[in-house]
Design a protein around this ligand. Structure first.
Ligand code: ADP
Ligand code: MG
Length: 471
């Protein structure tokens, strides 16, 4: 079908035009890089013209394991011994992780004050192509802070079904699943606010200066306001200027008591300045519910993920649940330590021998930070002799299945591209003291990129929103 369409450029152009108009009308909107704070000119969020074929079984495997990942992240966040050991060498090599870990230690020393824990994470997978043509689900990473992109993907099934119907694929249009991530995530956010138990206390989005993602945050804000939950948006600087804790460690910002801090920023080093680290510490010490709290943030580091892949480690968190361990472990790709010592030396040798089979990952988020192929050799040759290498982990490179689609993005030519996709599954949970009061697999996001890019990222224009077409 795609091939036929490519032979008819006029028809393709008309279809793309229709898709963009339909998408805009259904809220698939984004601000532009040129005018990130203005509503005068906006554009459609990048999306694929068609939904991409995804094996239903693989997709459901990812959804089915999510509540266990929620539990796992939550358990790690409460296990200072494990975090301390897992991150010991990383904090010596990576300043950012070290700063986060300092805050974690300080909060631990003071004793925890808030027993309500709110987690919103996204576990990202690729299907790894086997030689027999089948594929297995492999996790690339789990994000425990600022896990986003559910504003747009929830709107796309309607758009994709419409496109399929336009080209006469009625039957296929029924194989694009619904996606109710927004509602599920908001249930968790609202639950945490309710448990805090102060009607006037606000729900605070911690956001950046340049607010290109503001429109997608708005989807969440609107849902909270509908539930009579007052929402404010503040930057680190605002917390620095007006934030304080009272004698009970209740936090006030601009004179308003804060029930929940929801971080949509603060996940990479350049989000921080000297003073803003103090603001982060203030929030972590406070009675406000943090999404995520500092322990949960650290549970999402790539180093922790690598440690989890070691034999016996998952069993520590699920001692009597071999099936859960098996279900989680089935999604792990090989991951290897680069800590100083014989094991790390072996990792270095293995990577240098076959760099194309691995990915070298620093402790960073947001896409565009990983190293592939010859870059792995370059970096490792530089750091292999000393503890700087512990700032990275090595991971088996996943070989995703290649599909074809037309990527719609401002400035991109209208053409058939070879693409691969990433399945992201959202998890949302709320724990109150010892009791999990909510634990959900909160929907999905499918993100697709041209295979010419090794790494991803929405803001740098690589990642395009998509929907699965089940087969
Ligand atoms: P970040 O936290 O920066 O998003 P990720 O680990 O999710 O880091 O990796 C970013 C991108 O790099 C992914 O979207 C994917 O395209 C690519 N990538 C990550 N891990 C692998 C892997 N093991 N094999 C192949 N590609 C990978
Ligand atoms: Mg990430």
């Amino acid at each position: 079908m795609l091939q036929g369409l490519m032979r008819n450029p006029e028809r393709l152009k008309a279809l793309a035009k229709e898709a963009k108009e339909f998408a805009l009308q259904h809220g698939v909107v984004m601000r532009t890089v040129e005018t990130p704070d203005s509503s005068e000119v906006v554009t459609y969020a990048p999306f694929t013209l068609f939904p991409t074929p995804v094996p239903k079984a693989v997709f459901h495997q990812a959804l089915a394991v999510q509540t266990h990942f929620n539990t796992l992240v939550d358990k790690i966040s409460q296990d200072p011994g494990f975090l301390e050991e897992a991150l010991a060498s990383t904090v010596q090599a990576d300043d950012f992780t070290a700063k986060l870990f300092d805050i974690y230690r300080q909060v631990q020393r003071e004793g925890r004050t808030q027993s309500i824990v709110l987690g919103v994470n996204r576990s990202d997978y690729m299907p790894n192509q086997r030689e027999d043509g089948t594929c297995s689900l492999k996790q690339m990473e789990i994000n425990t802070i600022s896990a986003g992109s559910f504003g747009v993907t929830g709107l796309l099934p309607v758009v994709h079904r419409h496109i399929l119907r336009l080209v006469g694929l009625l039957e296929e249009s029924q194989h694009v699943p619904d996606n109710n991530t927004l509602a599920a995530v908001v249930r968790a956010l609202a639950k945490a606010w309710e448990l805090y138990g102060q009607q006037k206390a606000v729900f605070m989005f911690l956001v950046e200066d340049v607010q290109i993602s503001k429109l997608s945050h708005r989807c969440i804000e609107n849902e909270l306001w509908k539930r009579d939950i007052p929402v404010i948006r503040r930057k680190f600087e605002d917390v620095v200027k007006t934030g304080y804790l009272n004698g009970d460690k209740k936090m006030f910002v601009d004179g308003l008591e804060v029930a929940v801090v929801y971080y949509r920023y603060g996940y990479v080093p350049n989000n921080y300045k000297e003073q803003t680290w103090e603001a982060r510490l203030l929030m972590e010490r406070s009675l406000a519910v943090k999404c995520p709290d500092i322990g949960t943030h650290l549970a999402g580091t790539k180093k922790v993920q690598q440690e989890l892949a070691r034999p016996g480690v998952l069993e520590r968190f699920f001692p009597d649940q071999p099936q859960v361990v098996e279900q989680i472990r089935a999604t792990f790709a090989g991951q290897y330590t680069l800590d100083m010592g014989p094991e790390g030396d072996q990792t270095v040798a293995m990577a240098l021998a076959k760099p194309d089979e691995f990915v070298l990952k620093p402790q960073r988020e947001g896409g565009g930070n990983n190293f592939f192929g010859e870059d792995i050799v370059r970096i490792l040759e530089e750091v292999k002799g000393d503890k700087r290498r512990a700032a990275y982990i090595l991971m088996d490179r996943i070989r995703p299945k290649v599909e074809h689609n037309v990527l719609l993005r401002r400035g991109l030519p209208l053409q058939l591209s070879s693409v691969c996709y990433e399945i992201g599954v959202f998890g949302a949970y709320v724990r109150h003291g010892g009791e999990m009061v909510l634990n959900e697999a909160a929907g999905h996001t499918l993100r697709t990129k041209s295979i010419e890019h090794s790494d991803g990222g929405v803001c740098n224009g690589v990642t395009i929103f998509d929907s699965p077409l089940f087969y």
